[in-house]
Structure formats: structure tokens, C-alpha cells
Design a protein around this ligand. Structure first.
Ligand code: C2E
Ligand code: MG
Ligand code: MG
Ligand code: MG
Length: 286
């Protein structure tokens, strides 16, 4: 009996393993064809400035659904990074973001967009040309794209990425340090890298809502001391928002204002938002 059960457990264990592996293989193949057929989408999440009440920029986030099932970005981005498919993925993303921004800027001339980058993209010599020719193609100023690098990526590859980073900064692109506070970087090293903005990781925003403000408070202070702009990510509640305002953080990204959405929805959202601001202004004037 025990032996039989033992054997069964081994089989189940192997099945579980096989499942993970075959999911991985299946996703890898499917991602390959999705990229060939240009099936990935880009969604946008607005970033709001509380002082002006305006949408200052937004973050582009890749979306992929396979046979009606939404595949989490963390899963397919990881596969894309390992296999090198992140290069064509990034190229398609730049193009979609550029195209969307050109259209949106007719109504919202100052709108900018943040794009997430991975290490492999950063090691690609063509990155600079890809970004600048995309900006040219859609007649966008260099300030239209902001590039996000996660803190953990920066820690792992600091010396590798610095030359490319400097080249892009000299050209006028701005860098945001994503998921800040989770990557164990030394402040001194960070200070030597040309970042423009710190993005407070969502975990510290969630802690704020639970009365623990040590990380958010200190990140905001460091950012201010270093003259950096600060964005809080993952803001979901009024309590979190109020605490962030008290601490002096005015740029907010999170479900509290808006979830990531496709371009068509974003246009409606921006239109409604603009109307609210105009109404507020005319009420004040009256
Ligand atoms: P990230 O760059 O830190 O992006 C923010 C993530 O937080 C997004 O998850 C967004 O949907 C989510 N988020 C925003 N506000 C809230 C909120 O109020 N509550 C909660 N619970 N979540 C919120 P998403 O879209 O699943 O992306 C996950 C990660 O995948 C991103 O984290 C980024 O590291 C990576 N990623 C997504 N798209 C791309 C891409 O095109 N290229 C690269 N290299 N990475 C990407
Ligand atoms: Mg990001
Ligand atoms: Mg983040
Ligand atoms: Mg993240």
C-alpha cells in the first residue's frame, strides 16, 4: 500500500513538473508567433499630478491574451527576456507607443509616456537608434518618452548600462527608477546614475495605508534631497493618497485614479478628465 502510494506521489510530482515545463514551452512558442503576427497590445495607465490636477504622463504596459486567457506580464516578459524575444517585443512596443502618443498629443500636447526596459534591451547596441528613429517617425520630441529601469536591474548591471544610459540622457531622454526601495542599491551608487524620477514601490504605498510610513517617508525625503521627482505607484485608497500628500508626494499612479487601459478607453478617460478640470475652473471663475 505504502509503496503504491509512494509511487503515485512520484508520478503526481513529475506531472506537476511537466505541467510547468510544458506551459513554459507552449507560452514560448505562442509568444514567438504572437510577435510574428503583431498580436501583443499596449495598455496605458495615467499618472496624475495632484497640484495641477492634470495627467502628466502615463505608463505603457504590455498585454497579451492567448486563446482568450490573459497571460500575466511578469510571466511572458520573463520568457521574452530569457529567450531574447524582448528585443522584437520592445521594438513593437516603441512603435505602438509612438503612434498612440502622436494621436493623443493632438488633444493633449504635453502628454508623455513611460516605457519599461529590460537588461537585454539595454545591452542591445541598436537601442539608441530604435528609440530615436521611433521618435522621429512620429514627430515626437525626445521628452515624449521616459524610460523605466527597475532598481534590481540597475544593481545587477550598473557598469554595463551606464554608457547607453548617458547617451540617451544626453539626447534628452529621462530615466525613472522603478520599484524603488526593493532592490538593495546603495544610495551612493544611485546618486551617480542619471535618474530623473524615483517610483516608490507599491509595497510601501500599501504599508502607508496600514499606518507604516517609514519607507515612503524616507524615500520621499531622499528624493527631495537629491532633487528628484517622485511618483508613488499602486495607490488604491483615499487613506494612501492622503498620507502621500502629507508626506509631499504629488505624482500618483494607481487604481485609485485609473487601471491600465487600451488606447480607445484612455481617450474617453482623458476627455472626461479634461471636462472635469474645465468645469472646476469655470465654477471657480463664476
Ligand atoms: P511595473 O513596471 O512596476 O508596472 C506597474 C505594475 O503595477 C503593473 O502591473 C500595473 O498594472 C500594476 N498596478 C498599477 N497600479 C496598481 C494598483 O493600484 N494596484 C495594483 N495591485 N497594481 C497596480 P503589470 O501590468 O502586471 O506589469 C507587471 C510588470 O511587468 C511591470 O511592473 C513591469 O516590470 C513588467 N512589464 C510590463 N510591461 C512591460 C514591457 O512592455 N516591457 C518590460 N520590459 N516590462 C514590462
Ligand atoms: Mg514600470
Ligand atoms: Mg513599478
Ligand atoms: Mg514591478
Amino acid at each position: 500500500e505504502a509503496k503504491r502510494r509512494g509511487k503515485g506521489q512520484v508520478t503526481i510530482f513529475k506531472m506537476a513538473l511537466l505541467d510547468t515545463v510544458s506551459r513554459r514551452v507552449l507560452l514560448e512558442q505562442a509568444l514567438h508567433s504572437a510577435l510574428n503576427d503583431d498580436q501583443l497590445e499596449v495598455w496605458f495607465q495615467p499618472i496624475v499630478d495632484l497640484n495641477s490636477g492634470e495627467v502628466v504622463n502615463m505608463e505603457a504596459l504590455s498585454r497579451w491574451s492567448l486563446a482568450g486567457e490573459f497571460v500575466p506580464p511578469e510571466e511572458f516578459i520573463n520568457i521574452a527576456e530569457i529567450t531574447g524575444m524582448i528585443i522584437p517585443l520592445g521594438q513593437q512596443l516603441f512603435d505602438k507607443v509612438g503612434c498612440a502618443l502622436q494621436e493623443l498629443r493632438v488633444e493633449h500636447p504635453n502628454l508623455q509616456c513611460n516605457i519599461n526596459l529590460s537588461v537585454k534591451q539595454f545591452r542591445d547596441r541598436n537601442l539608441f537608434t530604435e528609440i530615436t528613429s521611433c521618435l522621429n517617425k512620429y514627430q515626437l520630441p525626445t521628452s515624449a518618452f521616459h524610460l523605466e529601469l527597475t532598481e534590481s536591474m540597475v544593481v545587477e548591471t550598473e557598469t554595463d548600462i551606464l554608457p547607453m544610459m548617458q547617451k540617451l540622457v544626453e539626447h534628452g531622454l529621462k530615466f525613472h527608477l522603478d520599484d524603488f526601495g526593493t532592490g538593495y542599491s546603495s544610495l551612493d551608487r544611485l546618486n551617480n546614475l542619471p535618474f530623473d524620477t524615483l517610483k516608490i514601490d507599491r509595497s510601501f504605498v500599501t504599508s502607508l495605508g496600514m499606518g507604516d510610513d517609514i519607507m515612503a517617508r524616507n524615500i520621499i525625503n531622499i528624493g527631495n534631497e537629491l532633487g528628484l521627482n517622485i511618483i508613488a505607484e499602486g495607490v488604491e485608497t483615499q487613506v494612501e493618497l492622503d498620507r502621500l500628500m502629507d508626506l509631499g508626494c504629488s505624482q500618483i499612479q494607481g487604481y485609485y485614479f485609473a487601471k491600465p487601459m487600451p488606447l480607445s478607453e484612455l481617450k474617453d478617460w482623458l476627455y472626461d478628465k479634461q471636462h472635469q478640470v474645465i468645469q472646476m475652473k469655470s465654477k471657480r471663475q463664476a
